[in-house]
Design a protein around this ligand. Sequence first.
Ligand SMILES: Cc1cc2nc3c(=O)[nH]c(=O)nc-3n(C[C@H](O)[C@H](O)[C@H](O)COP(=O)(O)OP(=O)(O)OC[C@H]3O[C@@H](n4cnc5c(N)ncnc54)[C@H](O)[C@@H]3O)c2cc1C
Length: 860
Amino acid sequence: MAGRSELIVVGNGMVGHRFVELLISEGRTNDFRVTVIGEETRPAYDRVGLSSYFAGKTADDLTLVEPGSYERAGIEVRRGDRIIAIDRAGKTVALASGDVLRYDQLVLATGSYPFVPPVEGRNAPGAFVYRTIEDLQAMEAYAAKAKIGVVIGGGLLGLEAANALQNLGLETHVVELAPRLMSLQVDDIGGAVLRRRIEALGVTVHLGALTTRIVTNADGAVAALALKDGTELPADMVVFSAGIRPRDELGRAVGLDLGERGGIEIDDRCRTSDPSIYAIGECAAYNDRVYGLVAPGYHMARVAASALAGHGGEAFTGYDMSTKLKLMGVDVASFGDAFASTHGAHVISVVDTLAEVYKKLVISPDKQRLLGGVLVGDAANYGQLVQLVQNRIPLPPHPEDLLIPPRAGEKSAGLGVDALPETAQICSCHNVSKGQICGAIGEKKLTAVGGIKECTKAGTGCGSCVTLISEILTKELRKAGVVVSKRLCEHFDHSRQELYHLVRLHGIRSFDELLAQHGQGRGCEICKPAVASILASAWNEHILDRKHLPLQDSNDRFLANIQRDGTYSVVPRVAGGEITPDKLIVLGEVAKRYGLYTKITGGQRIDLFGARLEQLPEIWRDLVAAGFESGHAYGKALRTVKSCVGSTWCRYGVQDSVSFAVRVENRYKGLRSPHKLKSAVSGCARECAEAQSKDFGIIATDKGYNLYLCGNGGMKPQHAQLFATDLDEETVIKYLDRFLMFYIRTADRLQRTASWFNNLEGGLPYLRQVLIDDTLGICAELEAEMALVVDTYQCEWKTAIEDPEKLKRFRPFVNTTKSDPSIVFIRQRDQHRPAFWDEKTDVAATLFGEGERVLDKKSA
Ligand SMILES: Cc1cc2nc3c(=O)[nH]c(=O)nc-3n(C[C@H](O)[C@H](O)[C@H](O)COP(=O)(O)OP(=O)(O)OC[C@H]3O[C@@H](n4cnc5c(N)ncnc54)[C@H](O)[C@@H]3O)c2cc1C
C-alpha cells in the first residue's frame, strides 16, 4: 500500500511487542508500514517469568507472540539483526546486516542491560548475567560442573538468580553491598525478615559486602570472590545482578536528550527530543527516571501508540512503582509511599517472628488515607491495600485490622472489592478497570480468571493483580447466582479431583505436562503443591526429583519441618510406636552428637529438634545406617499409626494391636494425600490408642477389628464413623486400600478426611456402598492404585543421602563459620530450646541488620 508512513520499531522485547500488539488491535497497520527489528533471535518472550525456565518451562512456553500474528498484520520482522546507527537528518537506520531502512517514525524499545561492576575477572568463564533465555541456558550448562554459586546483588533480580542457582542444585550465596536485601522496595525491618526467610531456605546472605575482584583458578575460570573485608568467598559460578542500565546507546550517539542517570528522555507523549523518535520501556527516562518494571513500560507503549495514531489520549506522567513479587516462595510487596517519606505520616506495623511476617502501613498525617506500605512473608491483601491508596478510599475505623488476616469464616477487615469504584484500575500493566472486568464477566459469561485474562488482558503483565481479579470474579458470580466452580486456581479450570483423574487417565507424570495439556499460565503456589501431591499419590516418584522439586512446599523441599527459629526437626518413623532398646540408644546418641532437643510426641515417636539445614544429611546418614526411615512428618502423607500394647502385654487386650499397627503403618508409609493422615490401633474397646479420633482407626473386638473412618483431632475434633465391624486383618487392609485411594481421588486440596466426609453426599451409607458393595465398580482400580504405591515405596531420606544431586541442597556452607545471629538457644530442663523473642538481648541488632553477630548460646 503506497503512501503509508514507515514505522520502525527497534527491539522486540516485552514493551516493543506490546506496542506492536496495540498497533495490530487498533488497526494502525493500515496507516503505517511497520518493520520490527529485534536483536534477539527469538520472538518477544515473558522476561518477567524468565526464572520459570528453571522450573521446566521452555522458550516456546515463554513466548508472547502468537505465531503468524505479525505476518498476518503485514508487519515485517527481522530477528537476530540489530540497528547500529540512526541518521536523524536522512531519517534512516543502519542494520548490523548492512541494510539501511528509511523511517518516518522510529520507536526505540531497546530495554536495558545488566550492569556488571568493573571488577577484575568479571569476564572469566563462570561469570554470568541474568537477562535472556540464552543467559539461563549458559548458566544451566556451566552449573553441571559447579558446586557453589554466588549472586552479586540482593535486589529483585538477584534473589531470582539465587533461586535459579538453588534449583540447579548449587550451594547458593547472595552478596549485597547495601545493609539489607531489596533495598529499593523494603525497609530495614522488612529486609531483615526477608533475609531470615531466604536464609531458612538454605541461601547464605552476605550484607554490606563489597566484591573487589573475581579470583580465578589456573584455568582462568571463576574460583572465588575477593571481598573488601579481606575475606574470600569460594565460588565456581558468579551471577552479576547489580542493577540494570538503559540501552540508550543509539540515542546517545545521535545527540538525543538523555536522563541524568541515562535513558532517552521522553515527554508525556513518549516522544524524545526528536519529534520523529519515540522511546518506550526500560530504555526511556521520564523526568530523569528510568522504570525497571514492565507495567510502566506497557503504559508507555499505550501512550506512544495513541500519540502515533494522533489521539489526544493518554499521557505518561510518571508511574507508581508498587510491586508484588514472590521471591523463592516468599511474598514481598511494596506500594505507594513505602518509606513514609511524607512529612507527618503515621506508621502502623506488625512484626511476627513466629511466622516471619512483616507488614507496615503508612498513613496520611490526617489519619484518613493509606499512603503506602511494605509486606514481607504475607502479601495476600496487597491488591486491596493498593486500591485503598490509588483510589484514595477512606480508611476503616481501625486501620490496624488491615494488617491481621481474617480467621476462617470471618470477614476481612479490609473494605473488600465491593468498596472499589468501577473506575478503580485493577491491572496497571494493561490499564484495566474494575468496571471493564465486571463488564466482561457479565457480557461474555466468564466463570474463570483465564477467561478474564483472555478477554481483557488483565493479569497477563506482572501478574500481581490476579488475586484481586479472582475476588472480583467470585463476587460477580455470586451476585449473578452462579455456583462458584471448584476449579483449583486460575491456572487450572479443573477441580483437584478432575486433575487427579486426568493425571491417571493420561499417564501424566509432570506438572509441566499437565499444565500444557489441561492448564494455562505458569502455575502458582496453590496448584504447584497440589499437583505435586497428586503426582506423588499416583506415581510415587521421589519428591526431590528435578522435575518435582520446584513444586514442593518448603518443608518438603528439605524433607524436614522448619521450626520457628529457622532450624529443622528430624522425625524418624517408629512404626506402631514400637522401638527396640538399641534404636532408642541410637536416637539418644544422634541427639547428643548433634546437640538436638528430644521429645516423645503424641504420635508415639521421638522427634529431634534444632538441626541446622547442613546437618540434616549427616544426621539422616546415621539414622538410616541404624535402620531408621523417614517419618514423613514434613509431608501431607501418612504420619503415624499409634497402638496400645494390646493382647501381648495387657490383661484386657483381645488382639495383637502392636503387630497390626506396625503392619498398617508399614503398608501406608510414604503415601501422599490431600492432607496428613493419622491412624491408631487399639487392642480392646477401652481404646487406649484413641483410634476414634483418627483419619482411620482400628479397634480390636473378640472377633476381629472394628474399622472407624474420617475422625479428626486438632482444632475441630470429630469422632470417626464406625464403618464396618468384626473384620479380619486382610479385610481391614482391603477396605483401607479402597478408602484411602477413594479419598485421595476425590478430596479437595488440603481437605482432611473429616471435612471430606462431611461434604460427601450420601454420607456413611454411600461410603459403604462404594467401598464394600463396589456400586461404582472401582474397587479393583482403587486396590491396584494402592498396590502401585506400596510396591514403589522408598525411604525419601535413604534415597536422598545416596544421591549427590539431591544432596546438593543440603551441602554445608564451606565458608560459613558464623552462626545465624538470630538463632539463640536457652537451656531448660537439661536440654535447650529456641529463645523467645523477648529473651534475645540482641533483637534490635538482628532486626535492623547491623551485621552478623554470633549470638549462639547453644551451650549456655
Ligand atoms: C529475571 C527477570 C525478572 C523480572 N521480573 C519482573 C517482575 O517481577 N515484575 C516486573 O514488573 N518486571 C520484571 N522484570 C523486568 C521486565 O522484564 C522489564 O521491565 C521488561 O522486560 C522491559 O521490557 P523492554 O521491552 O523495555 O525491554 P526488554 O524486554 O529487555 O526488550 C528489549 C529488546 O530490545 C532488543 N534490542 C536492544 N537493542 C537493540 C538494537 N539496537 N536493535 C535491535 N534490538 C535491540 C534487546 O535485545 C531486547 O530483546 C524482570 C526482568 C528479569 C530479567
